[in-house]
Design a protein around this ligand. Structure first.
Ligand SMILES: *[C@@H]1O[C@H](CO)[C@@H](O)[C@H](O)[C@H]1NC(C)=O
Length: 251
């Protein structure tokens, strides 16, 4: 090998080592790590997530933590029954960072985490398109959508797996995120139903709000899917910056 070739190899190796080292972030001071073997491990995790709340609220771009206020959801599209199709897009959720953790269960052997959260008040806005029948009433239209939900409970089941990244570092990623929500009370407003036909629109809006729990039975699965997707994405981006042993020392 010529001197030049050797130098090139050396530079390439150095660059690779540097990139490899940069791929792993140091644990930031706002992320409180819990020793897996410690007593009260789950309480420690709960406190650690609670300490993260103010950072989740505003976001920390250096650590790929987006702001949860508002939480932006992907387009929701579904036909909950063959007599109804719904689309919602540009959905913003306000108040998602005010969650309270009710329960946490960490199973690090199987990498399954159960997290129950309570949300006292959330509000949403966005755009909708709907066509079909809801609560036996014909419904058709598109326009702005808004709603308020209170006394919400979210039960999340998160399944992860350990894997080795391209640098041979063991990390953890989320392979399934399922959130079930129940809404205590709420109201929604679909503006511009029936091309702005006010009387009909009002009738359908009050029918929905007078039968809110029935309506939510159709609407919840869509919301659950969109929320699960959003949270899986956020959580995955955060945890993949660190190694498994950084996040779960002693596991
Ligand atoms: C949601 O709450 C806000 C603030 O209290 C209120 O102005 C708005 O009309 C409510 N929207 C619905 C759809 O209930």
């Amino acid at each position: 090998m010529t001197v030049l070739a050797k130098a090139t190899v050396l530079v390439v190796l150095l660059v690779e080592v540097t990139i490899g080292a940069e791929a792993l972030q140091d644990i930031p001071e706002f992320l409180h790590i819990c020793q897996v073997q410690q007593p009260q491990y789950e309480t420690c995790i709960t406190n650690s997530i609670n300490d993260l709340k103010p950072y989740l609220k505003v976001g920390v771009p250096e650590y790929h933590i987006p702001s949860l206020e508002p939480l932006k959801l992907k387009t929701i599209s579904a036909s909950p029954s063959n007599s109804l199709t719904m689309h919602a897009n540009d959905i913003n959720v306000y108040g998602a960072s005010n969650f309270e953790i009710n329960k946490i269960k960490m199973d690090l052997t199987n990498i399954v985490f159960n997290v129950d959260v309570a949300l006292s008040n959330i509000a949403i806005d966005g755009k909708y398109e709907v066509d079909g029948k809801i609560l036996l009433l014909p419904i058709h239209g598109s326009g702005p959508l808004s709603g308020n939900f209170s006394e919400c409970i979210g039960a999340c089941k998160i399944k992860g797996e350990r894997f080795f990244d391209e640098n041979g570092v063991e990390k953890i990623r989320i392979i399934d995120f399922r959130m079930k929500i129940s809404v205590g009370k709420g109201s929604i407003k679909l503006d511009n139903l029936f091309d702005g036909e006010q009387v009909l629109g009002d009738v359908v809006n009050s029918a929905i709000n007078n039968n809110f729990q029935l309506f939510m039975r159709e609407f919840s699965p869509l919301l659950e899917m969109a929320l699960s997707d959003a949270f899986q994405d956020i959580a995955d981006k955060i945890i993949q910056q660190f190694s498994f042993s950084q996040l779960f020392p002693g596991a």
